[in-house]
Design a binder for this molecule. Structure first.
Ligand code: ADP
Ligand code: MG
Length: 286
């Protein structure tokens, strides 16, 4: 017997720009009781802009932005893009002798004999560089030049226009808990969680930590756990959750491939739309 109703459900979802990769995911979506959103690119636009540069130890703003842009030349992270944009000049890649990107930390590079590091507290802690502790609105990228703390760059992102609606609608549909998981700092996470009225957040997570958080949520959930993400690092989490939902427009190929559901226009409010469609899809068995 073929549950024809599901084809109807998948079709209705598709017309809303929600790609559901199998009828079983509609069943699971119906029972969503915890929703965990990734932050960057999922609840926020993922379009970062440099909003401030703070210099330390005699370095200039130009040096900080210039060296940081070179060090970030090969990174696809939104932070890297923002720094390159702030620099605004062409980058001579021949100058970059060595380059390493450390997931959840930042980058290290050697540029014409100058050692440069750009990243978060965790990166500097790992390489034992003393730095400022910042409590600011925005993501902080510390810059280290030849082992010396040179200052930090503040990069800000914006909440997507429909993110508040997404959270409100999920609650209205009876989802018990809406949380955010992020590799970003507690300060940034707390501010966004407050603005969106989230039930909680998990910050400063490494890619592997996100999987563990989903497992914890699955253990406590009475229904199903939905994870929504967009990045390459999110693929294992998308695979682990009861339903993995990826952002389709700006999302990474790995995320889109691994996901069970893809939101084509990257709007988080399409998740409650999908749940509503799943719930109103009649199971008609012939
Ligand atoms: P999220 O998508 O939740 O921001 P990521 O794992 O992509 O999580 O990044 C976590 C943190 O690691 C970032 O907020 C940033 O502090 C640091 N980071 C990662 N990549 C870079 C990079 N290329 N340059 C500077 N910092 C980075
Ligand atoms: Mg992300």
């Amino acid at each position: 017997s073929i549950p024809l109703g599901y084809f109807g459900g998948i079709g209705r979802a598709a017309r809303e720009g929600i790609l559901v990769k199998g009828s079983n995911y509609l069943d699971t979506l119906k029972e969503a009781s915890i929703v965990a959103f990734d932050k960057t690119g999922t609840l926020t636009k993922g379009v970062f802009k440099v909003t401030k540069v703070k210099t330390r130890n005699g370095f200039s703003e130009e040096e900080i932005i210039g060296f940081a842009a070179l060090a970030e030349a090969h990174s696809n992270h939104p932070i890297a893009k923002a720094i390159r944009e702030a620099y605004g000049e062409d980058i001579n890649e021949a100058e970059i002798v060595e380059y390493e990107e450390i997931a959840g930390h930042g980058v290290r590079a050697r540029i014409d004999g100058v050692e440069v590091m750009v990243g978060n507290d965790r990166l500097l802690h790992r390489f034992k560089v003393e730095h400022d502790t910042c409590h600011v609105r925005g993501t902080v990228a510390h810059v280290v030049i030849n082992g010396k703390y040179a200052g930090y760059i503040i990069i800000s992102d914006e909440i997507k226009d429909d993110a508040p609606l997404a959270v409100k609608e999920l609650k209205r549909l009876g989802v018990k808990k809406v949380v955010m998981v992020t590799g970003d700092s507690r300060d940034v996470a707390e501010e966004i969680a407050e603005q969106l009225g989230l039930d909680g957040f998990y910050a400063e997570l490494l890619p592997g930590d996100k999987v563990r958080v989903i497992e914890e949520l699955e253990a406590e959930a009475e229904g199903k756990v939905v994870f929504v993400g967009d990045g390459i690092n999110d693929a294992p989490v998308l695979a682990r959750a009861d339903v993995g939902v990826a952002m389709g427009a700006l999302g990474s190929d790995a995320a889109i491939e691994t996901a069970d559901v893809v939101i084509m226009d990257d709007k988080p409010s399409k998740l409650p739309t999908g749940i509503r469609i799943a719930r109103t899809t009649q199971r008609i068995v012939w």
